[in-house]
Design a binder for this molecule. Structure first.
Ligand SMILES: Nc1ncnc2c1ncn2[C@@H]1O[C@H](COP(=O)(O)OP(=O)(O)OP(=O)(O)O)[C@@H](O)[C@H]1O
Ligand SMILES: [Mg+2]
Length: 232
């Protein structure tokens, strides 16, 4: 009988000998790994280890220098310009510094994602209100980002990352600048996203976050992948 790998065990992201150089400096060096559907991955390592670079390569925020990256079978070195939006819609990105647009309200910041996808007004309204409720910002939808606390801004950024229903969240130190209670709220939202069957890839240097039941840790140091726990 023919044996087939169950569909859900096929990697959604594969890296083969990936390196990224900025001029002569290697930010990532010879990284090979697979990421599977519904993984919760921590990219862990000290400042300068290559965590942000790793995330940027995935959504083509930067081109890679060497090697290959496949995202659901799309080869990022060969992707044509017209396909880049299709790649980016697979990811919801949460930045450490939020990157909310200061001249737009919380509602507008989140709605932009859906407008870019071509959804119509009534659907946009429904989904944005739903996701703002989920992150506990229902009352703040008309507020401007700079009038919010850091924790609230980060929750708005989480709402923006999740509203398009991406399969994968890329989170770059999403709790880095938050107090313990706000950080907890962000982790709970990511846990819920993961429990719904989605994939999370989160960069952190905070070792206290790693002590969780279901996660894999990719340890980076000086651009190299030095350890994967649990190993395969
Ligand atoms: N645009 C760039 N131009 C030049 N060098 C860069 C650039 N981006 C990153 N680097 C370098 O690449 C290396 C990895 O940087 P990266 O930002 O990926 O690290 P990190 O693990 O995210 O660190 P941190 O914890 O401080 O955010 C660093 O030495 C950094 O200086
Ligand atoms: Mg970083």
């Amino acid at each position: 009988m023919e044996t087939m790998e169950p569909l859900e065990r096929q990697p959604i992201i594969r890296m083969f000998h990936v390196s990224k150089r900025f001029e002569q400096k290697a930010a990532l060096l010879d990284v090979s790994l697979d990421i599977f559907p519904n993984d919760f991955i921590f990219l862990w390592g000290p400042s300068g280890a290559g965590k942000s670079t790793f995330l940027k390569l995935l959504y083509l925020g930067e081109p890679l220098s060497q090697g290959q990256i496949l995202v659901e079978g799309m080869n990022l070195s060969r992707i044509n310009r017209k396909t880049i939006p299709q790649l980016r819609q697979k990811f919801g990105v949460i930045f450490q510094d939020f990157k909310l647009i200061p001249t737009k309200t919380v509602y507008e910041n989140v709605a932009l994602v859906l407008a870019a996808k071509g959804l119509k007004g009534s659907m946009i309204q429904k989904k944005v209100n739903q996701v703002l409720g989920m992150v506990g910002l229902g009352e703040k939808s008309d507020a401007y980002p700079l009038s919010l606390s850091g924790g609230e801004q980060q929750r708005a950024a989480v709402a923006r990352a999740m509203v398009g229903e991406p399969g994968v969240i890329l989170a770059d130190e999403p709790t880095g600048s938050l107090d313990t209670a706000s950080a907890r709220t962000i982790m709970d939202l990511l846990d819920q996203f993961h429990a719904d069957g989605n994939t999370v890839i989160m960069a952190t240097h905070d070792q206290s976050l790693l002590n969780r039941k279901q996660c894999r840790i990719f340890q980076l140091d000086g651009g190299r992948l030095v350890n994967i726990t649990p190993g395969s």
